[in-house]
Write a protein of this length. Structure first.
Length: 380
């Protein structure tokens, strides 16, 4: 068929191939599909105030990582809703209980975090959760323990990412991203910790105490006796803090030196893997909130493998999966291993936790956390 042309010989109808490609007809969207909608800023212009709760609620319909944030809020609030309910006694597993265990809640919340978050201002948010019994199990790295304790002895300072390492080393100042820690802080920590290690060794010899990383951490929380400390509130509220890499940091340095000055201290890692996995097995329902990656992320997930997966999961980190690392693995990979239940709706937020986590807590724990009055077990 000849194309239509105007008097100048120019075609007047677009080529059908291009027209069909550009103007392809859509199928109707599925019923109930939501539209993209951000925060209604016109409300601010009327009264001059921002409704931050409404602003953060609008994230869920804003798309991209804002949407992931909104879904993470929903996931954590679901954990808290289930946790607030009475425990069905038929679902309890008393044969797994040991004398020092706290009673199970209806949803055991595992909170994992990397050491840099304790170095940062996230320590105050984490401390809030532990102080108020809002979580049940903590997992972190060595820095997550020592930096918490060191901050009770001396402060961490703000700096810049661009500060030159050579100059900082000459001044005895250590850099954690854009944070600065004088090396004197670690000297103070060594002075504080060494006599405690002496006590642990003495109790091992005289009382037969078998120390595990979580027992050591609880003792350090008791010894620091400072309400700004996460470890203190873990001790005070009997919330176990697990650290499978306890020696990977300043703690390990001091323990290493102690093997020369007063050798013989034994810290039993096997005792803790049994204790951590038992927390997952005891759980009626299980929720994971994991900030960052590495050993912290895998240790929490692997414990939940023991119960064929967590019911609820939120990951917050910036890692990507293309290199095959567990840090970057999306929740769906954990589903394949049985670490998250196939029926779950896990969420990963690709973001710096220092930006996101306080907002998550504001929209979840701070607004919606509650526990049933004692007893927390429903009658038979």
């Amino acid at each position: 068929m000849a194309a239509e042309v105007n008097p100048k010989g120019q075609e007047t109808i677009p080529p059908s191939l291009a027209q069909d490609a550009v103007l392809l007809q859509s199928e109707p969207m599925p019923e109930g599909s939501e539209t993209v909608q951000g925060y209604n800023w016109s409300v601010v212009s009327r009264n001059g105030e921002v409704d931050y709760h409404a602003l953060l609620e609008s994230y869920r319909t804003s798309g991209f990582q804002a949407m992931s944030f909104g879904l993470a809020v929903q996931q954590i609030n679901e954990m808290l809703k289930v946790r607030s309910q009475l425990v069905d006694p038929l679902k309890m597993k008393p044969l797994l209980d040991e004398p020092d265990d706290k009673p199970v809640t209806n949803c055991t919340i595992f909170l994992g975090y990397t050491s840099n978050l304790i170095s940062s201002g996230m320590r105050e948010t984490l401390c809030y959760l532990v102080k108020n019994n809002m979580v049940d199990v903590l997992v972190t790295t060595a820095g997550g323990i020592e930096e918490d304790l060191i901050k009770c002895l001396a402060p961490t300072y703000l700096g810049e990412f661009s500060l030159p390492g050579r100059e900082l080393r000459q001044k005895g100042i250590n850099r954690i991203g854009n944070l600065l820690v004088p090396n004197d802080n670690y000297c103070k920590f060594e002075t504080w910790l060494t006599p405690i290690l002496d006590k642990l060794l003495e109790e091992q010899k005289t009382d037969g105490t078998v120390w595990s990383p979580s027992k050591v951490i609880s003792r350090l929380g008791k010894e620091i006796n400072n309400e700004d400390s996460v470890c203190y509130w873990g001790y005070k509220n009997n919330i176990p803090i697990f650290c499978p890499a306890l020696t990977d940091g300043s703690l390990g340095d001091v323990i290493y030196f102690h093997t020369y000055t007063n050798p013989g201290l034994i810290i039993d890692l096997v005792q803790d893997i049994r204790r951590l996995n038992r927390q997952a097995l005891r759980a009626v329902h299980s929720g994971m909130i994991i900030l960052g990656g590495g050993v912290t992320k895998h240790h929490v997930c692997n414990a939940n493998l023991m119960r064929n997966g967590a019911d609820y999961s939120v990951f917050v980190n910036t890692a990507q999966e293309f290199d095959g690392s567990d840090s970057g693995a999306r929740p769906d990979e954990a589903v394949s291993w049985g670490k998250i239940k196939t029926s779950a709706q896990p969420v990963k937020v690709y973001a710096d936790a220092t930006l996101v986590f306080p907002l998550l807590v504001a929209e979840t724990f701070a607004r919606n956390h509650k526990l049933p009055t004692v007893p927390n077990v429903a009658p038979l």
